[in-house]
Ligand binder design. Structure first.
Ligand SMILES: NC(=O)C1=CN([C@@H]2O[C@H](COP(=O)(O)OP(=O)(O)OC[C@H]3O[C@@H](n4cnc5c(N)ncnc54)[C@H](O)[C@@H]3O)[C@@H](O)[C@H]2O)C=CC1
Ligand SMILES: CC(=O)C(=O)O
Ligand SMILES: [Mg+2]
Length: 465
């Protein structure tokens, strides 16, 4: 269930706050805070912040309105309030106070700087925003688990990613929503806007188009192109899995892994699981297990069917999950229940990562599962690509990497896993919080070191000389 928080502004006249609290509680709301806005002899106006599930929201408000001695002045949704006017803005680094400043930052002074870049394009890295700016680009075709909701509706997610880039990695990121879902047009548009950016972060572009778009752009541009839903997700899954396996005392070579949803995230996760040493893999999509020796029209599914680690036994998700050590879901909400995960092997690990609602309700899974994680921030073990992209890009920009290769991604996964020490590690803590101050730094350093070793760094940052 999704949770929202509401702020109800109410005027209380002949009713005690205790009665109001009891009505809210009975309707399923939790009071988070109360602010007194004004108070006179026989009345007071208060803002009550209430956390409430989607299905109870209306009931809470209706019950408050039905009470006598209380007037509901206004109800606002805090999530919507945080989006008013958008979440990011562009700021100048230096002020323009007089004509002298104007003639340096703008014409005529700026012309000399333009000419310098015209003569040597590498100077764009020192004289423009290029060295620290990434484009966060979506076509709105696979937004979270909401599906194809279009370019404009994807904007709040892209703005959110831009905020996280800035706050966690000090990367300036710009949200871009493309009003086309045509592969060639997307590639052409991104190539045309690429000059000012130091990197391209593709986001929420559905499969299979996302594979070609990323592959072509990586070949045709000289800046890193990173499809977050593929690689960011795969990196954080491997990080979480390495630690979860330590908790349950199993080796990666011995486990049987079911991955459900073989789209952008699922394909990248399967590939990375194989390179990390998994020997028994069951990829599953709508039509059931993708099997070794099978024939598939999607090239990525066909590639998987040719891997010897992929099992050859067909079956539905509910069948193949029996005896699995690990379930990784990057598909849709509510596909599994407690009975399904109960049939897994001993000490099951379940990463139910569909957003905003996971493949199995946490309350149900937790009764049967040893290690459980979701993509959400309101439960322990948040396996979300936000742990990856700020640090990966901080590193890639600092060493001016021409691309982000497989060894860099594996190094990032190990770096994230290493933030949780053996002493700290337990079922509830397999992955660091996104607010852990060591994550970005460790990922950045691991990425730079590996970029230098694999020959894709075009600059050695001073702290690596
Ligand atoms: N926690 C995290 O960091 C991340 C979570 N996700 C979540 O993973 C999900 C998938 O994202 P993408 O791979 O980007 O989308 P996508 O659209 O590329 O892939 C989704 C895949 O799931 C399959 N699928 C849908 N319903 C299914 C069902 N009932 N059974 C089996 N397969 C089913 C689709 O056929 C498709 O292949 C979304 O819910 C998204 O929010 C994605 C990226 C990161
Ligand atoms: C987290 C993320 O990128 C997604 O759910 O699509
Ligand atoms: Mg995404």
């Amino acid at each position: 269930m999704a949770y929202n928080s509401l702020i109800a502004r109410v005027e209380l006249t002949h009713v005690s706050f205790g009665e109001v609290a009891s009505v809210i509680g009975k309707a399923g709301g939790d009071i988070i805070s109360i602010d007194v806005i004004s108070s006179s002899g026989d009345s007071s106006v208060r803002d009550i912040t209430i956390e409430v599930g989607d299905s109870e929201e209306q009931q809470v408000v209706e019950n408050l309105k039905a009470m006598s001695g209380i007037k509901v002045i206004n109800v606002s949704d805090r999530t919507f309030l945080s989006h008013l006017g958008g979440k990011v803005s562009v700021e100048s680094k230096i002020p323009i106070k007089n004509r002298d400043d104007l003639s340096r930052v703008y014409t005529p002074g700026v012309a000399r700087v333009c000419s310098a870049i015209h003569e040597d394009e590498r100077k764009a890295y020192s004289l423009t925003i290029k060295r620290n700016t990434v484009a966060v680009i979506s076509d709105g075709s696979a937004v979270l688990g909401l599906g194809d909701i279009g370019a404009l509706a994807s904007a709040p997610v892209m703005e959110g990613k831009a905020m996280l880039f800035k706050q966690l990695g000090d990367v300036d990121a710009f949200p871009i929503c493309l009003d086309t879902q045509d592969t060639e047009e997307i590639i052409r548009t991104i190539k045309n806007i690429a000059p000012i950016f130091g990197g391209i972060n593709l986001e929420d572009i559905s499969s299979p188009r996302c594979f070609e778009i990323e592959e072509r752009l990586t070949k045709e541009l000289d800046i890193p192109v990173f499809h977050d839903d593929q690689h960011g997700t795969a990196v954080v899954v491997i990080a979480g899995l390495l630690n979860a396996l330590k908790v349950v005392g199993k080796n990666i070579e011995d486990i049987r892994v079911v991955v459900n949803g073989i789209g952008a995230a699922g394909v990248a996760i399967c590939k990375m699981l194989l390179s990390a040493g998994v020997k028994r893999l069951v990829p599953v999509d709508f039509e059931g297990a993708i099997i070794h020796g099978g024939e598939y029209s999607y090239p990525m599914w066909q590639w998987l069917a040719e891997q010897e680690q992929v099992e050859s036994q067909p079956g539905t998700l509910k069948e193949v999950i029996q005896d699995a050590d690990v379930f990784i879901g990057v598909s849709r909400a509510g596909l599994l229940n407690g009975e399904d995960v109960e049939k897994m092997a001993a000490d099951p690990i379940v990463f139910a990562m569909a957003n905003p609602n996971p493949e199995i309700a946490p309350e149900e899974a937790l009764k049967h599962v040893r290690v459980f994680a979701t993509g959400r921030s309101d439960y322990p073990n948040q396996i979300n690509n936000v742990l990856v992209f700020p640090g990966i890009y901080r590193g890639a920009l600092d060493c001016r990497a021409s691309l982000i290769n497989e060894p860099m991604k594996l190094a990032a996964a190990r770096a994230i896993a290493s933030v949780v020490t053996d002493k700290e590690l337990n079922e509830q803590y397999i992955i660091p919080s996104i607010f852990n101050e060591h994550v970005v730094e460790k990922v950045r350093d691991a990425v730079i070191e590996t970029a230098i070793l694999t020959g894709v760094a075009r600059r050695i940052p001073p702290d690596f000389r």
